[in-house]
Design a protein around this ligand. Structure first.
Ligand code: NAG
Ligand code: NAG
Ligand code: NAG
Length: 394
Protein backbone atom coordinates (compact mmCIF):
# COMPACT_ATOMS: atom_id res chain seq x y z
CA UNK A 1 0.00 0.00 0.00
CA UNK A 2 2.62 2.40 1.09
CA UNK A 3 4.58 1.73 -1.99
CA UNK A 4 1.41 2.29 -4.14
CA UNK A 5 0.63 5.58 -2.44
CA UNK A 6 4.17 6.72 -2.61
CA UNK A 7 4.30 5.86 -6.30
CA UNK A 8 1.06 7.65 -7.16
CA UNK A 9 2.32 11.19 -6.67
CA UNK A 10 5.11 10.48 -9.10
CA UNK A 11 2.76 8.93 -11.67
CA UNK A 12 0.25 11.77 -11.64
CA UNK A 13 2.68 14.38 -12.93
CA UNK A 14 3.58 11.96 -15.67
CA UNK A 15 -0.08 11.75 -16.67
CA UNK A 16 -0.56 15.47 -16.54
CA UNK A 17 2.61 16.19 -18.46
CA UNK A 18 1.43 14.91 -21.85
CA UNK A 19 -1.76 16.97 -21.53
CA UNK A 20 0.08 20.20 -20.82
CA UNK A 21 2.50 19.25 -23.56
CA UNK A 22 0.00 18.80 -26.37
CA UNK A 23 -2.04 21.95 -25.84
CA UNK A 24 0.74 24.55 -26.35
CA UNK A 25 2.10 22.37 -29.15
CA UNK A 26 -1.02 23.11 -31.20
CA UNK A 27 -0.86 26.75 -30.27
CA UNK A 28 2.84 26.88 -31.22
CA UNK A 29 2.17 25.40 -34.65
CA UNK A 30 -0.49 28.05 -35.11
CA UNK A 31 1.86 30.78 -34.05
CA UNK A 32 4.63 29.47 -36.30
CA UNK A 33 2.31 29.34 -39.32
CA UNK A 34 1.08 32.85 -38.57
CA UNK A 35 4.68 34.01 -38.11
CA UNK A 36 5.73 32.48 -41.44
CA UNK A 37 2.74 33.98 -43.24
CA UNK A 38 3.74 37.39 -41.96
CA UNK A 39 7.51 37.17 -42.36
CA UNK A 40 7.92 35.44 -45.74
CA UNK A 41 6.17 38.18 -47.74
CA UNK A 42 7.92 40.90 -45.77
CA UNK A 43 11.27 39.16 -46.29
CA UNK A 44 10.59 39.03 -50.03
CA UNK A 45 9.75 42.74 -49.99
CA UNK A 46 12.85 43.48 -47.92
CA UNK A 47 15.14 41.58 -50.28
CA UNK A 48 13.66 43.55 -53.13
CA UNK A 49 14.25 46.81 -51.31
CA UNK A 50 17.77 45.70 -50.35
CA UNK A 51 18.62 44.91 -53.94
CA UNK A 52 17.62 48.36 -55.03
CA UNK A 53 19.72 49.86 -52.28
CA UNK A 54 23.35 49.90 -53.38
CA UNK A 55 24.88 50.51 -50.00
CA UNK A 56 23.71 49.88 -46.48
CA UNK A 57 22.79 53.13 -44.78
CA UNK A 58 23.86 51.72 -41.45
CA UNK A 59 26.80 49.43 -40.81
CA UNK A 60 24.53 46.41 -40.30
CA UNK A 61 25.73 43.49 -42.34
CA UNK A 62 23.49 40.68 -43.51
CA UNK A 63 26.23 38.56 -44.97
CA UNK A 64 26.01 34.83 -44.42
CA UNK A 65 29.00 32.55 -44.11
CA UNK A 66 28.74 31.73 -47.82
CA UNK A 67 28.99 35.40 -48.65
CA UNK A 68 32.01 35.77 -46.44
CA UNK A 69 34.03 33.25 -48.38
CA UNK A 70 33.04 35.08 -51.57
CA UNK A 71 34.32 38.30 -50.13
CA UNK A 72 37.94 37.32 -50.47
CA UNK A 73 40.03 39.21 -52.95
CA UNK A 74 42.50 37.31 -55.10
CA UNK A 75 45.90 38.61 -56.02
CA UNK A 76 46.97 39.11 -59.61
CA UNK A 77 50.62 39.70 -60.37
CA UNK A 78 51.72 42.12 -63.09
CA UNK A 79 54.43 39.70 -64.09
CA UNK A 80 54.27 40.53 -67.81
CA UNK A 81 55.14 44.17 -67.21
CA UNK A 82 58.87 44.58 -66.53
CA UNK A 83 58.29 48.21 -65.55
CA UNK A 84 55.53 47.47 -63.04
CA UNK A 85 57.85 47.11 -60.06
CA UNK A 86 57.67 48.17 -56.45
CA UNK A 87 60.37 50.25 -54.81
CA UNK A 88 62.31 47.10 -53.85
CA UNK A 89 61.97 45.78 -57.43
CA UNK A 90 59.45 43.07 -56.48
CA UNK A 91 56.72 42.55 -59.09
CA UNK A 92 53.72 44.77 -58.39
CA UNK A 93 50.28 43.19 -58.05
CA UNK A 94 46.66 44.04 -57.36
CA UNK A 95 43.66 42.32 -55.84
CA UNK A 96 40.38 41.57 -57.54
CA UNK A 97 36.96 40.35 -56.42
CA UNK A 98 34.28 39.66 -59.00
CA UNK A 99 30.62 40.02 -58.06
CA UNK A 100 28.33 37.05 -58.64
CA UNK A 101 27.12 36.94 -62.25
CA UNK A 102 27.44 40.67 -62.67
CA UNK A 103 30.20 42.26 -64.62
CA UNK A 104 28.79 45.64 -65.41
CA UNK A 105 29.77 47.76 -62.40
CA UNK A 106 33.32 48.31 -61.22
CA UNK A 107 35.00 49.95 -58.28
CA UNK A 108 38.73 50.51 -58.68
CA UNK A 109 40.60 51.61 -55.59
CA UNK A 110 44.11 53.01 -55.33
CA UNK A 111 45.59 52.88 -51.91
CA UNK A 112 47.69 55.56 -50.27
CA UNK A 113 50.46 55.83 -47.72
CA UNK A 114 52.52 59.00 -47.95
CA UNK A 115 55.64 59.08 -50.19
CA UNK A 116 59.41 59.52 -50.18
CA UNK A 117 61.25 61.99 -52.37
CA UNK A 118 65.03 61.56 -52.00
CA UNK A 119 67.63 58.87 -51.36
CA UNK A 120 67.58 59.70 -47.66
CA UNK A 121 63.81 59.81 -47.18
CA UNK A 122 63.41 56.63 -49.25
CA UNK A 123 66.07 54.87 -47.18
CA UNK A 124 64.14 55.88 -44.10
CA UNK A 125 60.99 54.43 -45.62
CA UNK A 126 62.74 51.16 -46.45
CA UNK A 127 63.68 50.82 -42.82
CA UNK A 128 60.59 52.04 -41.03
CA UNK A 129 57.72 51.23 -43.45
CA UNK A 130 59.00 48.07 -45.16
CA UNK A 131 55.49 46.90 -46.07
CA UNK A 132 54.91 50.02 -48.16
CA UNK A 133 57.69 49.29 -50.65
CA UNK A 134 57.15 45.67 -51.60
CA UNK A 135 54.82 42.83 -52.54
CA UNK A 136 56.96 40.32 -50.68
CA UNK A 137 55.04 38.56 -47.90
CA UNK A 138 51.77 39.69 -49.47
CA UNK A 139 48.81 37.29 -49.16
CA UNK A 140 47.27 35.53 -52.14
CA UNK A 141 43.82 36.07 -50.69
CA UNK A 142 42.73 39.01 -48.64
CA UNK A 143 39.66 40.49 -47.04
CA UNK A 144 39.09 44.22 -47.02
CA UNK A 145 36.55 45.94 -44.82
CA UNK A 146 35.18 49.47 -45.27
CA UNK A 147 33.50 50.17 -48.60
CA UNK A 148 34.84 46.90 -49.96
CA UNK A 149 32.45 44.87 -47.86
CA UNK A 150 29.60 47.30 -48.63
CA UNK A 151 29.87 47.33 -52.43
CA UNK A 152 28.67 43.76 -52.86
CA UNK A 153 27.25 44.26 -56.33
CA UNK A 154 30.47 45.64 -57.75
CA UNK A 155 33.49 43.99 -59.23
CA UNK A 156 36.34 45.48 -57.26
CA UNK A 157 39.99 46.04 -58.03
CA UNK A 158 42.12 46.99 -55.05
CA UNK A 159 45.55 48.32 -55.94
CA UNK A 160 48.06 48.34 -53.05
CA UNK A 161 50.60 51.16 -53.02
CA UNK A 162 54.23 50.07 -53.22
CA UNK A 163 55.90 52.73 -55.37
CA UNK A 164 56.18 55.61 -52.83
CA UNK A 165 55.75 58.15 -55.64
CA UNK A 166 52.07 59.14 -55.59
CA UNK A 167 51.50 56.60 -58.39
CA UNK A 168 53.25 59.02 -60.72
CA UNK A 169 56.82 57.96 -61.41
CA UNK A 170 58.64 56.07 -64.09
CA UNK A 171 62.31 55.81 -63.22
CA UNK A 172 64.63 52.80 -63.22
CA UNK A 173 67.25 54.85 -61.46
CA UNK A 174 65.24 55.52 -58.33
CA UNK A 175 62.92 52.48 -58.68
CA UNK A 176 59.86 54.71 -58.90
CA UNK A 177 57.22 53.00 -61.02
CA UNK A 178 53.85 54.21 -59.80
CA UNK A 179 52.85 55.46 -63.24
CA UNK A 180 53.92 52.17 -64.83
CA UNK A 181 51.97 50.10 -62.30
CA UNK A 182 48.86 52.26 -62.67
CA UNK A 183 48.71 51.88 -66.42
CA UNK A 184 49.72 48.20 -66.43
CA UNK A 185 46.59 47.37 -64.39
CA UNK A 186 44.39 48.72 -67.17
CA UNK A 187 46.47 47.26 -69.92
CA UNK A 188 46.57 43.72 -68.61
CA UNK A 189 42.98 42.60 -69.10
CA UNK A 190 40.05 43.84 -71.02
CA UNK A 191 37.97 43.99 -67.87
CA UNK A 192 35.61 46.71 -68.96
CA UNK A 193 34.22 45.45 -72.26
CA UNK A 194 30.80 44.92 -70.61
CA UNK A 195 31.12 47.67 -68.02
CA UNK A 196 28.25 50.09 -67.51
CA UNK A 197 29.76 52.01 -64.63
CA UNK A 198 33.30 52.47 -63.30
CA UNK A 199 34.02 54.25 -60.04
CA UNK A 200 37.65 55.27 -59.72
CA UNK A 201 38.52 55.70 -56.08
CA UNK A 202 41.73 56.78 -54.45
CA UNK A 203 42.72 57.40 -50.89
CA UNK A 204 45.40 60.00 -50.09
CA UNK A 205 48.41 59.26 -52.34
CA UNK A 206 46.05 57.02 -54.32
CA UNK A 207 43.70 59.96 -54.84
CA UNK A 208 46.55 62.14 -56.04
CA UNK A 209 47.60 59.35 -58.38
CA UNK A 210 44.11 59.29 -59.85
CA UNK A 211 44.05 63.04 -60.36
CA UNK A 212 47.39 62.81 -62.18
CA UNK A 213 46.74 59.69 -64.26
CA UNK A 214 43.06 59.86 -65.17
CA UNK A 215 43.35 62.60 -67.81
CA UNK A 216 45.43 60.23 -69.94
CA UNK A 217 43.54 57.05 -69.06
CA UNK A 218 39.96 58.20 -69.60
CA UNK A 219 40.20 58.75 -73.39
CA UNK A 220 41.05 55.04 -73.67
CA UNK A 221 37.80 54.01 -71.97
CA UNK A 222 34.52 53.77 -73.90
CA UNK A 223 32.44 56.93 -73.67
CA UNK A 224 29.32 54.80 -73.10
CA UNK A 225 30.49 53.92 -69.62
CA UNK A 226 29.26 55.99 -66.68
CA UNK A 227 32.57 57.17 -65.17
CA UNK A 228 32.73 58.34 -61.56
CA UNK A 229 35.65 59.63 -59.55
CA UNK A 230 35.64 59.39 -55.77
CA UNK A 231 38.56 61.07 -54.02
CA UNK A 232 39.07 60.26 -50.35
CA UNK A 233 41.33 62.66 -48.45
CA UNK A 234 43.50 63.84 -51.33
CA UNK A 235 42.22 67.39 -51.78
CA UNK A 236 45.34 69.32 -50.93
CA UNK A 237 45.60 73.08 -51.11
CA UNK A 238 48.50 75.39 -51.71
CA UNK A 239 48.76 76.94 -48.28
CA UNK A 240 50.90 79.83 -49.35
CA UNK A 241 51.96 80.84 -45.85
CA UNK A 242 54.12 77.73 -45.71
CA UNK A 243 57.02 77.15 -48.14
CA UNK A 244 57.63 73.66 -46.71
CA UNK A 245 54.18 72.44 -47.57
CA UNK A 246 52.74 70.72 -50.61
CA UNK A 247 55.15 72.51 -52.98
CA UNK A 248 57.85 70.18 -51.62
CA UNK A 249 56.32 67.55 -53.86
CA UNK A 250 58.12 69.30 -56.72
CA UNK A 251 61.34 67.77 -55.40
CA UNK A 252 59.72 64.35 -55.40
CA UNK A 253 58.47 64.78 -58.94
CA UNK A 254 62.01 65.23 -60.21
CA UNK A 255 63.19 62.22 -58.20
CA UNK A 256 60.37 59.96 -59.44
CA UNK A 257 60.49 61.21 -63.02
CA UNK A 258 56.78 61.94 -62.67
CA UNK A 259 54.75 61.50 -65.84
CA UNK A 260 52.30 64.35 -66.09
CA UNK A 261 49.55 64.51 -68.67
CA UNK A 262 50.28 66.96 -71.44
CA UNK A 263 46.82 68.33 -70.68
CA UNK A 264 48.24 69.95 -67.56
CA UNK A 265 50.21 72.99 -68.70
CA UNK A 266 50.88 74.59 -65.32
CA UNK A 267 54.39 75.91 -64.82
CA UNK A 268 54.74 74.61 -61.27
CA UNK A 269 54.27 70.92 -61.89
CA UNK A 270 53.08 70.06 -58.41
CA UNK A 271 49.99 72.19 -59.04
CA UNK A 272 48.74 69.52 -61.43
CA UNK A 273 47.86 67.41 -58.40
CA UNK A 274 45.95 70.09 -56.53
CA UNK A 275 42.31 69.06 -56.67
CA UNK A 276 41.05 72.46 -57.81
CA UNK A 277 43.37 72.32 -60.85
CA UNK A 278 43.26 68.59 -61.59
CA UNK A 279 39.50 68.31 -61.94
CA UNK A 280 39.57 70.87 -64.77
CA UNK A 281 41.27 68.20 -66.89
CA UNK A 282 38.49 65.66 -66.47
CA UNK A 283 35.70 65.62 -69.07
CA UNK A 284 32.42 67.21 -67.92
CA UNK A 285 30.64 63.86 -68.27
CA UNK A 286 32.75 62.47 -65.43
CA UNK A 287 31.04 62.83 -62.06
CA UNK A 288 33.26 63.69 -59.12
CA UNK A 289 32.75 63.19 -55.40
CA UNK A 290 35.23 64.63 -52.90
CA UNK A 291 35.47 63.38 -49.32
CA UNK A 292 37.78 65.57 -47.32
CA UNK A 293 38.08 66.37 -43.66
CA UNK A 294 38.45 70.08 -42.92
CA UNK A 295 40.99 69.00 -40.29
CA UNK A 296 42.83 66.45 -42.39
CA UNK A 297 45.67 65.29 -40.19
CA UNK A 298 48.01 64.55 -43.07
CA UNK A 299 47.94 67.99 -44.62
CA UNK A 300 48.12 69.60 -41.18
CA UNK A 301 51.26 67.54 -40.62
CA UNK A 302 52.70 68.16 -44.09
CA UNK A 303 52.31 71.92 -43.70
CA UNK A 304 53.24 71.81 -40.02
CA UNK A 305 50.01 73.52 -39.07
CA UNK A 306 48.67 73.58 -35.54
CA UNK A 307 45.23 71.97 -35.47
CA UNK A 308 43.98 74.91 -33.42
CA UNK A 309 44.85 77.38 -36.16
CA UNK A 310 41.66 77.76 -38.13
CA UNK A 311 43.30 79.72 -40.95
CA UNK A 312 44.15 76.61 -42.88
CA UNK A 313 40.75 75.07 -42.35
CA UNK A 314 38.97 78.23 -43.49
CA UNK A 315 41.09 78.33 -46.61
CA UNK A 316 40.43 74.67 -47.38
CA UNK A 317 36.71 75.21 -46.91
CA UNK A 318 36.71 78.18 -49.30
CA UNK A 319 38.82 76.27 -51.81
CA UNK A 320 36.35 73.39 -51.82
CA UNK A 321 33.35 75.68 -52.09
CA UNK A 322 34.78 77.75 -54.92
CA UNK A 323 36.49 75.00 -56.88
CA UNK A 324 33.63 73.93 -59.02
CA UNK A 325 29.91 73.57 -58.96
CA UNK A 326 30.20 70.25 -60.77
CA UNK A 327 31.55 68.31 -57.81
CA UNK A 328 29.80 66.73 -54.86
CA UNK A 329 31.47 67.25 -51.52
CA UNK A 330 31.36 65.64 -48.11
CA UNK A 331 33.63 67.67 -45.83
CA UNK A 332 33.21 66.99 -42.12
CA UNK A 333 35.38 68.37 -39.31
CA UNK A 334 36.78 65.05 -38.15
CA UNK A 335 40.46 65.22 -37.19
CA UNK A 336 41.65 62.14 -39.09
CA UNK A 337 42.91 61.03 -42.50
CA UNK A 338 40.79 58.76 -44.69
CA UNK A 339 37.21 57.52 -44.48
CA UNK A 340 36.30 54.81 -46.95
CA UNK A 341 38.65 52.05 -45.79
CA UNK A 342 37.33 52.20 -42.23
CA UNK A 343 34.75 49.72 -41.02
CA UNK A 344 32.79 52.66 -39.54
CA UNK A 345 32.81 54.55 -42.83
CA UNK A 346 29.02 54.53 -43.20
CA UNK A 347 28.48 56.40 -39.95
CA UNK A 348 30.28 59.69 -40.50
CA UNK A 349 27.65 62.37 -40.85
CA UNK A 350 27.13 66.07 -41.36
CA UNK A 351 23.83 67.46 -40.14
CA UNK A 352 22.39 63.97 -39.77
CA UNK A 353 23.20 62.97 -43.34
CA UNK A 354 25.50 60.00 -43.30
CA UNK A 355 28.34 59.51 -45.75
CA UNK A 356 26.76 56.23 -46.87
CA UNK A 357 23.37 57.81 -47.63
CA UNK A 358 24.93 60.71 -49.52
CA UNK A 359 27.18 58.41 -51.54
CA UNK A 360 24.24 56.14 -52.25
CA UNK A 361 22.23 59.06 -53.57
CA UNK A 362 25.12 60.23 -55.73
CA UNK A 363 25.57 56.76 -57.22
CA UNK A 364 21.91 56.41 -58.11
CA UNK A 365 21.61 59.75 -59.85
CA UNK A 366 22.39 59.60 -63.52
CA UNK A 367 21.94 63.20 -64.56
CA UNK A 368 23.53 66.38 -63.26
CA UNK A 369 23.45 66.18 -59.53
CA UNK A 370 25.71 67.59 -56.92
CA UNK A 371 25.38 67.80 -53.25
CA UNK A 372 27.81 69.82 -51.21
CA UNK A 373 27.86 69.00 -47.54
CA UNK A 374 30.50 71.13 -45.89
CA UNK A 375 30.59 71.56 -42.15
CA UNK A 376 30.41 75.36 -42.22
CA UNK A 377 30.88 76.01 -38.53
CA UNK A 378 32.94 72.93 -37.63
CA UNK A 379 30.43 71.53 -35.17
CA UNK A 380 27.80 69.73 -37.21
CA UNK A 381 29.86 66.63 -38.03
CA UNK A 382 29.52 63.30 -36.32
CA UNK A 383 32.83 61.44 -36.16
CA UNK A 384 32.33 57.89 -34.88
CA UNK A 385 34.91 56.48 -32.55
CA UNK A 386 37.51 54.64 -34.55
CA UNK A 387 38.93 51.52 -33.08
CA UNK A 388 39.53 49.47 -36.18
CA UNK A 389 42.93 48.85 -37.61
CA UNK A 390 43.99 50.09 -40.98
CA UNK A 391 42.78 46.87 -42.57
CA UNK A 392 41.39 43.64 -41.34
CA UNK A 393 43.32 40.71 -42.70
CA UNK A 394 42.09 37.13 -42.67
C1 NAG B 1 70.83 58.62 -55.02
O1 NAG B 1 70.99 57.26 -55.40
C2 NAG B 1 71.25 57.07 -56.79
C3 NAG B 1 71.24 55.59 -57.09
O2 NAG B 1 71.87 54.85 -56.09
C4 NAG B 1 72.55 57.75 -57.15
O3 NAG B 1 72.81 57.60 -58.54
C5 NAG B 1 72.46 59.23 -56.82
O4 NAG B 1 73.71 59.87 -57.04
C6 NAG B 1 72.07 59.42 -55.35
N1 NAG B 1 71.78 60.82 -55.13
C7 NAG B 1 72.26 61.49 -54.09
C8 NAG B 1 71.88 62.92 -54.01
O5 NAG B 1 72.94 60.96 -53.23
C1 NAG C 1 64.05 50.21 -67.37
O1 NAG C 1 64.13 48.82 -67.06
C2 NAG C 1 63.32 48.00 -67.87
C3 NAG C 1 63.34 46.58 -67.35
O2 NAG C 1 64.62 46.19 -66.98
C4 NAG C 1 63.75 48.12 -69.33
O3 NAG C 1 62.92 47.32 -70.15
C5 NAG C 1 63.67 49.57 -69.75
O4 NAG C 1 64.15 49.74 -71.05
C6 NAG C 1 64.44 50.46 -68.81
N1 NAG C 1 64.17 51.85 -69.15
C7 NAG C 1 65.14 52.75 -69.29
C8 NAG C 1 64.69 54.13 -69.64
O5 NAG C 1 66.29 52.49 -69.11
C1 NAG D 1 45.42 83.74 -39.35
O1 NAG D 1 45.04 84.76 -40.23
C2 NAG D 1 44.95 86.05 -39.62
C3 NAG D 1 44.37 87.02 -40.62
O2 NAG D 1 44.48 86.58 -41.92
C4 NAG D 1 46.33 86.46 -39.13
O3 NAG D 1 46.27 87.72 -38.51
C5 NAG D 1 46.83 85.42 -38.14
O4 NAG D 1 48.15 85.73 -37.73
C6 NAG D 1 46.79 84.02 -38.75
N1 NAG D 1 47.12 83.04 -37.74
C7 NAG D 1 48.03 82.09 -37.91
C8 NAG D 1 48.26 81.19 -36.77
O5 NAG D 1 48.62 81.93 -38.97
Amino acid sequence: MTSYISSSPTSTPELIKPKTYYKPYHIEIGIIILFLCLTIPSLIILTFVYRRQILPTSSSSSSSSIHLSDQNFHRISLINYPQARCMDNSIASYYIRLANNRHSRWLIYFDGGWFCYSNESCEFRRQYSPDLITTKNINEKKFFSGIFSSFKQFNIIYAPYCSSDLWSGSSNKTSSHGYDIFHAIFHQQNYFSHAKQIIFTGFSAGGLGLLLNLPDLLPKISSHIDIRVLIDSAWFIDYSDNPNGISKINQGMAYWNTQISSLCQLESRYKCLLGSEAIKLLPLTVKIFIIQSLFDLTQLQLDKININSYNFTLKLRDNLRQSSNRISIFAPSCPLHGFLFRSVWTKFDIKQRTLASVLNLWLKKKKKFHLQLIDEHFYSSYCPQINDDYQEIF
